[in-house]
Design a protein around this ligand. Sequence first.
Ligand SMILES: Cc1ncc(COP(=O)(O)O)c(C=O)c1O
Length: 405
Amino acid sequence: MTTDRTPPKLRPATLALDGGLVPDPVTGAIAPGISMSVNNVFTPGAAGFSAEGADLTEQPYLYARWTNPTVRELERRVAALEGAEDALATATGVAAVAATFLTLLKAGDHLIVSDVCYAGAYELATRILPDLGIAVTPVNLSDLNAVQAAIRPETRLIHAESPCNPILRLTDLAGLSAIARAAGVLLSVDSTLATPVITRPLELGADLVIHSLTKFMNGHGDALGGVVCGARALIGRIRARAGVYLGASLSAHNAWAILRGIDTLFPRLRQSSETALILARHLEAHPAVTRVTYPGLESHPQHALARRQMALSGGMVAFQTADPEAMARRMADRFGVIHYAFSLGHQRSICVLIGTDEIQGSTYRMTGAALQEYRRWAGDGVFRLSVGLEDPEDLIEDLNRALQG
Ligand SMILES: Cc1ncc(COP(=O)(O)O)c(C=O)c1O
């Protein structure tokens, strides 16, 4: 087990391996072990028992719902990658969003949420928070004037995504941070689709960065997890409230699996970004495809922002075809390599239709100009393709099989 020893000068790709530095002092093991114990012995009087005010993160590890050595190792690794002082790991990505909202917002406060973001986060914000007396305004965060206009004296938090799931619209995080800062409002950024390989929101002025670790960070589709990173004091507040009372603690086993996934985060993201660009170009030239949205294509409406804000173009491609529902059935029938399934960011390619009527009915419920703007990006629906590590030629052949009438 390692201790607080992050050397200051290592580059992010090395930090993803935790520097590869210190073997276990007892056994000499290089690979991290798992500390499965729910509780650890301690010296009476050495630690506070009350969650409020006590530092729950350091030894003794009293009880694993508060903190556990393997989970702590993951928190340190992700914090180092995001350039954050601290991080709180949670059982899922949604739990990290919930932990953030339920700590930073109380009755009478106002939240601005991206009008397009992960459905679970959006539904939590727009369905659950108002019942707690929290006002919520969905805003197209790619329109900074709209953000400015939506801020109220009681606004406490702006919650953004970039690229946003599922349409891959980008948010100008530096521009948004400047507005939030000037208004004294905190900014949380769900960076699940980007990962710290591609964008580091804290460096662009955000206060908190959130990940579903279930996706690219773990990258193997075999563990759920989430994390929120930021300044020590802010993460301490989130840990002391939601980290303890939400009860959505990450298991040591999943923390270990995700640590192993993060070891290969950089090469995986480089490979899937490279393949995604090949597929995006192929799809753009395919007669059955009516539109492709990919930050790495010159045709992306925010390509200039992508070049500024994204170190790589990422592993997600959105595309449209005529009669998307028939196409979805053909994909499910004909794919031999890609999986027709939900989720994203795994080593195996996954594709799914996010139908516009369906997601509008279940989640966003937009009307008027907002709905028109959504349709301008998504038409009747986007195929959300999460590009894995397979040979690009096999993926192209698979897509062609489905796309031919
Ligand atoms: C951008 C984004 N944030 C959060 C989540 C939620 O993650 P989890 O399923 O780990 O709760 C997802 C899941 O798809 C996501 O795409």
